[in-house]
Design a protein around this ligand. Structure first.
Ligand SMILES: [Zn+2]
Length: 92
């Protein structure tokens, strides 16, 4: 079994053409491409195992999306209130 360094500082082991590596989040020995950990704060090029993708990466993406939608809704409400205030000033 050969070992070589990943670009992200992790270590992979290659055995008969199969690549095994340690998930940087849980340490599980993992095979294959793994999953993009964005938006979690990991070194560029890092990959995580399927369990961490499900348990940590996907919820982090969902939370990010919710936060973005809440910011958009807040912007919309500010704009609507501002337009309503302007309407009141004109009619007063
Ligand atoms: Zn993992």
């Amino acid at each position: 079994m050969d070992r070589h360094e990943f670009g992200d500082g992790g270590t992979a082991a290659v055995d008969e053409g199969r690549t095994f590596w340690a998930c940087p989040l849980c340490g599980a020995t993992t095979e294959g491409m793994g999953h993009d950990p964005w938006p979690l704060d990991l070194p560029a090029g890092a990959r995580v195992c399927g369990a961490c993708d499900t348990a940590r990466v996907i919820p982090a993406r969902a939370a990010r999306q919710r936060a973005r939608e809440q910011r958009r809704a807040a912007r919309y409400l500010r704009k609507a209130r501002s337009e309503l205030d302007n309407t009141k000033e004109v009619s007063a």
